[in-house]
Unconditional design. Structure first.
Length: 384
């Protein structure tokens, strides 16, 4: 395999001929970004109040099909808020996947809850409905109150968080069905999957709440930023309230009725976000063209390229390949990064981190297999 590394680097560099060093994913500002930011600055409304915040929420509703959207300072803040509104409390269990960026587990931990790690499916890289169902059947029981409890610890299984890995939609319909059977709140961490659809429905809508991230390396960005979407009016209203310090509306008095958070997206970030969202479909088509070229190339080399699951449209946020072993993965990472092409391994599994090593886990064969072999390759949009 190593004899192919120079050819792979050459192929990737040909895709990005204007870059001396090819990064994994960089932002591009090709539309109204400067215009809207200047307009925001001229208005003096650069913080959490301003027309662009409201506009961005409305634009996200239209684009995703969600009934409600609440803009936040980042995706992790949106997920923390979503879990609170899903009813997660201190000492609860929250089912999620070990193959995820750490913000998924951090948000669970902010509340004092603990993640329960269930394996992923190899084709989606995301939480496996079959493995989750098996865990609930073999290790949990439904109590008299209708909720599911872990038999050994007695802890309540309050929620499930699916993370749509690298923008590829996970099996949200099936997971939602399992959650309904066991009275578990279903939350979608769609941080990486803006513009991705599962059976024609945008990610983030199938669950009770969904969240997106607009960090600098995402498909569209506003530097930081996130958004929470839902079809539940009560949840949307509470989300808006607690992300703005839970301040009771009044012309001059400062009164707060519950613990709140300073999580509202600033207007200046929202100005960028509005301009980026205007271009999202052209960005995704550009990225899907790149993914198609990668797929054709790696198929010829008998290297497994991760493609969108059946009945989905992926934004192909980060393209990925699977190598044959951990040793080969390390050699590939070393060679590419030393030769002008940024590549990265998948995250270390969450259950291997010191903070989560004692958390409850099921068998994680698929996640361990993927961790040893997966490499992300350059995935930016290309400018002619």
């Amino acid at each position: 395999m190593e004899k192919l590394f120079p050819e792979i680097v050459k192929f990737i560099k040909e895709r990005f001929p204007n870059n001396s060093f090819i990064t994994l994913h960089e932002p591009f500002f090709l539309g109204n970004e400067k215009k809207y930011v200047e307009e925001c600055i001229d208005s003096r409304f650069v913080s959490s109040v301003g027309k662009f915040v409201n506009r961005f929420e409305e634009d996200i509703q239209r684009y995703t099909g969600a009934a409600y959207a609440v803009a936040t300072v980042n995706g992790t803040a949106a997920l923390h808020t979503a879990l609170l509104l899903a009813g997660v409390r201190n000492n609860d269990f929250v089912i999620t996947q070990p193959l995820s960026f750490i913000s998924t587990c951090n948000a669970i931990s902010y509340i004092g809850a603990s993640p329960v790690f269930i394996d992923v499916d190899k084709d989606t890289l995301s939480l496996s409905p079959e493995k989750m169902r098996s865990f609930l059947k073999n290790e949990c029981a439904i109590g008299k109150d209708g909720y599911s409890y872990h038999r050994v610890s007695g802890k309540l299984i309050r929620a499930c968080v699916l993370m749509h890995t690298f923008g590829h939609p996970g099996r949200a319909d099936e997971l939602g069905h399992v959650c309904r059977e066991h009275n578990i709140a279903f939350v979608e961490d769609a941080a990486e999957s803006i513009g991705s659809f599962y059976n024609g429905v945008h990610t983030g809508i199938i669950g009770l709440v969904g969240v997106f991230s607009f960090n600098g390396n995402k498909t569209i960005t506003c530097g930081g930023g996130g958004v929470l979407i839902t079809n539940d009016e009560c949840i949307a209203r509470k989300a808006k309230h607690i992300t703005t310090q839970a301040k009771v509306p009044h012309a001059w008095e400062f009164s707060h009725d519950i613990i709140g958070y300073n999580y509202r997206m600033p207007n200046i970030n929202a100005a960028l976000a509005c301009a980026q969202l205007e271009q999202i479909e052209s960005f995704i088509l550009n990225k899907r063209d790149l993914a198609r070229e990668y797929k054709n190339y790696f198929t010829e080399k008998e290297i497994h390229f991760i493609t969108e699951p059946v009945n989905t449209r992926s934004n192909y946020w980060l393209n990925a390949i699977l190598l044959n072993s951990y040793k080969e993965r390390e050699s590939f990472l070393r060679y590419t990064n030393n030769n002008g092409v940024m590549t990265r391994p998948v995250w270390k599994l969450m259950n291997k981190l010191d903070m989560f090593k004692d958390c409850l886990s099921g068998p994680l064969d698929n996640a361990l297999y993927i961790e040893d072999r997966l490499v992300n390759i350059p995935s930016s949009i290309r400018i002619n």
